[in-house]
Design a protein around this ligand. Structure first.
Ligand code: PCA
Length: 185
């Protein structure tokens, strides 16, 4: 099995993005899974292209996408991607999106096919700070999540709070990966 894990570069004038740090700390394999890592640009236009390229290069069985979330204490397992882009802040190319549909004539929302409730149960049993979320927002994270699900990838988007303790974030993402590898073995 091959898993593609993506993170994002910093955005909004910040110098870091916690997802980049988590990505760099992940091992290159977990159980019999090979882990491929890619960092995506915070760009409505370029991020889906980089994702498409990574998918055609690595042909992953599963895609785990990491994004930074501005607040909260818990890691959020995103259930849906929404067919819309909207933001008051520009992306890293300075692009501001105003209620744009991503793909016309496609569903308003796409849902992950991965076992989100099982992942949640496994992590909470291990006292890890995690919850299910029903909206990844309408910014670049949601845009790439929609792309992955539109391409029929088995994918899940995981939002990490910006100020989370890094070892805790790393441990939680490690457990998410481990649990998924059990589900597929
Ligand atoms: N978080 C943003 C984009 C990149 C990131 O890490 C988001 O939630 O859309």
């Amino acid at each position: 099995m091959r898993v593609l894990v993506t993170a994002f570069e910093p955005f909004g004038g910040a110098e870091t993005n916690i997802t980049q740090s988590v990505l760099s700390l992940l091992p290159d394999s977990i159980a019999d899974w090979a882990i491929e890592k890619v960092c995506l640009p915070v760009s409505f236009k370029r991020a889906p292209l980089v994702l498409q390229e990574a998918i055609s290069t690595y042909t992953p069985d599963i895609v785990i996408m990491l994004g930074q979330y501005p607040e909260g204490e818990n890691i959020r397992l995103e259930r849906f991607a929404i067919n819309m882009m909207d933001s008051t802040k520009g992306d890293n190319d300075g692009y501001i999106s105003n209620e744009e549909t991503i793909y016309p004539h496609q569903p308003l929302a796409l849902q992950t096919s991965l076992p989100i409730k099982e992942l949640l149960r496994f992590c909470t049993d291990n006292v890890l700070p995690i919850q299910v979320s029903n909206s990844a927002g309408l910014y670049v994270c949601n845009r790439v999540y929609y792309e992955a699900l539109y391409l029929h990838q088995q994918a899940i988007f995981v939002h990490i709070p910006k100020n989370m303790d890094l070892p805790l974030a790393q441990r939680t993402i490690g457990q998410v990966l481990k649990n998924l590898s059990h589900c597929f073995s």
